[in-house]
Ligand binder design. Structure first.
Ligand SMILES: Nc1ncnc2c1ncn2[C@@H]1O[C@H](COP(=O)(O)OP(=O)(O)OP(=O)(O)O)[C@@H](O)[C@H]1O
Length: 333
């Protein structure tokens, strides 16, 4: 099995610098002093690569990806896209969240249209409608274009969110547990669709997941994070399966179980999650819980006032304050 150390990771950087995370740390103030969530995180992602991030709940995965999206900034270090430091959100990086973040009073079509309108103000209505229709068709939602979110299933809502993200042609697609709320069959369907879209458009994808099987099916490299506080990248697993991938074939490949067991061992033995939170973690968790309630409430109010791309910005703020409740959900465990 080939895992990558930082020297090898750096050699990729030397080849094709695209997205680079250099010596990033994130420190939040807490009543008992500074709480270091991330410390010394280094990662380089190549153009067109599909990278998954896995790690125990609360280790800082969302914090890290929020720095790539520009909704959060490092305390030290820097995150760069093509040598330009990321300091704010932009349409070159789009996020998709577990909770969809759709405007409930708008149809699927209108939700996507708002994003397209905000990013392509120079295009006329016919051109914008064409973009929306193409992207709804891409995720198989042509028939449901005029339905509002409460008339759509969870999988359909996530398809709208993916169509909205892709419609503005981001360079980097950032997915924060996008399929975490879906049933197993819908999840597999959407994984296949995501892979097809990624293969057709050669996007660069960074995705957080709690599901090792999902990561092994989707990604080129699996980034495994150590526990917080002061979490960092522990190891990176290269996923060797050829593309296009076939789920049944992969599962029959002996390397699949080798990789799966290696990742499980990393998470549950070498970096097992402590049952008892430290005093600092307890304080930060309860503070974060406060932020969740107010973040959600403020997010909904803001959503009324703003639309399109601004909506996605609002949703990320909500996500940055999302509750830290999930345990690793591993299929077959
Ligand atoms: N705005 C904030 N202020 C203070 N602490 C925060 C803030 N946002 C996140 N944290 C803390 O940072 C840590 C990492 O949170 P983060 O959401 O990045 O973890 P995660 O790995 O994505 O977790 P999960 O897998 O449960 O989504 C947690 O301890 C969390 O409470």
């Amino acid at each position: 099995m080939h895992t990558m150390n930082s020297t090898e990771t750096n050699s990729i950087k030397a080849k094709i610098p695209f997205l680079s995370i250099d010596q990033v740390s994130k420190v939040y103030p807490s009543p008992t002093g500074d709480y270091t969530v991330l410390d010394g995180v280094d990662l380089t992602v190549c153009e067109g690569e599909f990278v998954c991030l896995i790690g125990h709940s609360g280790c800082g995965k969302s914090t890290l990806l929020n720095m790539v999206s520009g909704f959060n900034t490092p305390t030290t270090g820097e995150v760069k896209l093509l040598d330009k430091e990321i300091q704010e959100p932009g349409p070159d990086r789009m996020m998709v969240f577990q909770n969809y973040c759709l405007l409930p009073w708008k149809t699927a079509f209108e939700n996507v249209y708002l994003a397209v309108k905000s990013v392509y103000p120079e295009k006329n209505r016919i051109e914008k409608v064409k973009i929306v229709e193409e992207h709804l068709a891409m995720v198989g939602l042509t028939e449901a274009a005029n339905k509002k979110p409460d008339q759509l299933s969870g999988g359909m809502k996530q398809r709208v969110a993916i169509a909205r993200a892709l419609a503005i042609r981001p360079q980097v697609l950032i997915l924060d547990e996008p399929f975490g709320a879906l049933d197993a069959i819908t999840k597999e369907e959407l994984q296949e669709e995501l892979l097809n879209i990624w293969q057709d458009h050669r996007l660069t994808v960074m995705m957080i997941t709690h599901d090792i099987d999902e990561a092994l099916f989707l990604c080129d490299r699996l980034v495994m994070m150590t526990n917080g506080p002061s979490a960092k990248i522990g190891e990176i697993l290269e996923i060797p399966f050829s593309r296009p991938r076939n789920r049944a074939q992969i599962i029959e490949d002996p390397r699949y179980y080798e990789l799966r067991n290696y990742a499980l061992d990393f998470l549950f033995h070498r970096h097992a999650h402590s049952e008892e939170p430290t005093e600092d973690e307890e304080i930060v968790e309860s503070k974060s819980g406060f932020n969740v309630k107010w973040g959600l409430a403020l997010g909904m109010v803001a959503a009324v006032a703003i639309a399109g791309f601004a909506l996605v910005q609002n949703c990320s703020q909500k996500s940055a304050n999302s509750p830290q409740t999930t345990e690793l959900q591993l299929q077959g465990q």
